[in-house]
Design a protein. Structure first.
Length: 338
C-alpha cells in the first residue's frame, strides 16, 4: 500500500489540511479561510491569524480523516509549511505536526510554502513534465523560476519591490475596495473600458526577467487623485491597473520561455486565478507553440493539498525524519532548499 501523507498549511490566513497518497492522488482536503475575520481591518492581523489557526487545525484534521475514511494510524508522514510566512501562524502548524508525528512515531517534513505553490499544477490533469518555467505570483512574491525537478529550482527573475499581488491589493485599496483587494479589483475591472487610461509598465523592456510594481502603484494613486470620483471612472482605472499588471507578467513569462528554450509554463499562486492573466498567457504562449499549466482554482490560494503533495514527493526521495525539534523560517529563499 502506498504511503499516505498528511499536509498542514498555516503560513498566513488560511488553515489547509489534506491527505495525499502516491498512486491514488489527493484523498481529501479541507480549507478554512480567515477573510471574514480580517476584512474589517483591511488586511491580515498576525496575532488573530495565529489564534484562528489554533482553533481550526485539529478539527480540520479530523474532517479530512473522516472524508478519506482512514485513521491516524494509516498516516505515514506529516508535512507542514515551515516557511516563509507569519512566524506565529507557522508555529501553530509546525507544533501540531511535530506533536502528532511524535505520538504516532512517524516522520515530519518541513515544506517551503512556495515549493508547494510551484508544484501544485502537478496535481491537475494534464500536468506539466520537468523541466518547465514557473511564474510564481502569490500575495508577496513574484518570481520566474526554471524547474528541473523536485528541489531543482533556478531563479531567473524576481520583483525588485512590490509583488504583483501587492500591486493588485494596493491599487484596490486606493480605489476604496475591500479585502482581499485582488479579486475585488478584478471584478471592478470587468466593468471598465479598456484603453480609457494608460498606466506605465515598469521594467517591461529592461532586457532582464526582473519585475517592478511600485511605480505602477504610484501612478494609480496619482490617477485616482486627478480623476472624478464616480463608479465608471473607478472601473476604468481598475481596468487600466489590471491590464498593466497582466502585460508585465505575460511579457516577462514569454521572455523566460524564449531565453530558456522551454515550451511549458506553470503559473502558481493566488494571482494565477486572475482570468485576464490566464487568457493573456494562453494567447501569447499558445502563439509561440507553448503550453500553460495552472493549478485548479481551489488550489491557487494557500491550501493543504499542495503541502501534502510536496511532502509526498519529498518522502518518496526518502526525506523527512523523526527529530521532532523544529523551527520555522518566516523568511526563506526558495533556492536555499535541497
Amino acid at each position: 500500500m502506498s504511503l499516505i501523507t498528511l499536509g498542514i498549511e498555516s503560513s498566513c490566513d488560511e488553515t489547509g489540511i489534506a491527505l495525499y497518497q502516491m498512486g491514488r492522488g489527493l484523498l481529501a482536503h479541507a480549507l478554512h479561510t480567515q477573510i471574514p475575520l480580517h476584512s474589517e481591518y483591511g488586511g491580515v492581523v498576525p496575532e488573530l491569524a495565529s489564534r484562528e489557526h489554533v482553533h481550526r487545525v485539529i478539527p480540520l484534521v479530523h474532517q479530512v480523516l473522516k472524508q478519506a475514511d482512514i485513521t491516524l494510524k494509516q498516516i505515514a508522514a506529516i508535512a507542514y509549511t515551515q516557511g516563509p510566512g507569519l512566524g506565529g501562524a507557522l508555529l501553530v502548524g509546525a507544533s501540531v505536526a511535530n506533536a502528532l508525528a511524535y505520538a504516532l512515531d512517524i516522520p515530519t517534513i518541513g515544506i517551503h510554502h512556495l515549493e508547494g505553490h510551484l508544484l501544485s499544477p502537478l496535481l491537475s490533469d494534464p500536468a506539466p513534465e520537468f523541466p518547465f518555467i514557473a511564474l510564481l505570483v502569490s500575495g508577496g512574491h513574484t518570481q520566474l523560476m526554471r524547474v528541473d525537478g523536485v528541489g531543482q529550482y533556478t531563479l531567473l527573475g524576481e520583483t525588485l519591490d512590490d509583488a504583483a499581488g501587492e500591486a493588485f491589493d494596493k491599487s484596490a485599496k486606493l480605489l476604496g475596495l475591500g479585502y482581499p483587494g485582488g479579486p475585488a479589483l478584478a471584478r471592478l475591472a470587468a466593468q471598465g473600458r479598456s484603453g480609457t487610461y494608460k498606466l506605465p509598465r515598469p521594467m517591461l523592456h529592461s532586457g532582464d526577467l526582473d519585475f517592478s510594481f511600485s511605480g505602477l502603484k504610484t501612478a494609480v494613486l496619482t490617477l485616482v487623485k486627478q480623476s472624478p470620483d464616480d463608479n465608471q471612472t473607478r472601473a476604468d482605472i481598475a481596468c487600466a491597473a489590471q491590464e498593466a499588471i497582466v502585460d508585465i507578467l505575460a511579457h516577462k513569462a514569454l521572455a523566460a520561455l524564449a531565453q530558456s528554450g522551454l515550451s511549458q509554463l506553470v503559473v502558481a499562486g493566488g494571482v494565477g486565478a486572475n482570468q485576464m492573466l490566464r487568457k493573456r498567457l494562453n494567447e501569447v504562449i499558445g502563439r509561440r507553440g507553448g503550453t500553460v499549466f495552472y493549478p485548479d482554482l481551489e488550489f491557487c490560494t494557500d491550501n493543504g493539498a499542495m503541502i501534502a503533495f510536496a511532502g509526498a514527493l519529498r518522502l518518496a526521495q526518502q526525506q523527512g525524519g523523526k527529530d521532532y525539534r523544529f523551527d520555522v523560517r518566516p523568511r526563506w529563499d526558495l533556492q536555499q532548499i535541497d
